[in-house]
Write a new protein. Sequence first.
Length: 143
Amino acid sequence: MVLLALLAAIIVAYSIAGSRETDRKHSAFEATRTDAQRFADSVVAQRGAPPTSRQDIQAALDTSAANKNGLLYSMQPAERRTKVVIQLTRSYQRSLALFGPAEATVDRCFTVIFEVDEVRRLGADITAHTSDERCTEVAHQNS
């Protein structure tokens, strides 16, 4: 009977830990949205026109993404707009680190379109892709 109670306690603790890890993973995934907004705001604040240099985009990614966890996949400049596909990564703590590393990461792909409007102001439109959409596929579809 004591063994059965101990087993039940272990199962409950494992379920709670799994639920908390899922919450931390979801929070990390959603935090990438904040990083994407920070990146777009940084580019818009520094420029009056859509960016045309990969180095400028990468520099903005490095300064706005947490721990320089931003990766530029593609960039398509045009006359009044530039379409950028980036991947942002965030870390979270795993609950049961006995079977692997204590920290895990989530990646999320974003398409950011920098465009000059009729009043000649630069703005950014951000599309957050789902966890199933890989940046290599998104960049390939956008080319």
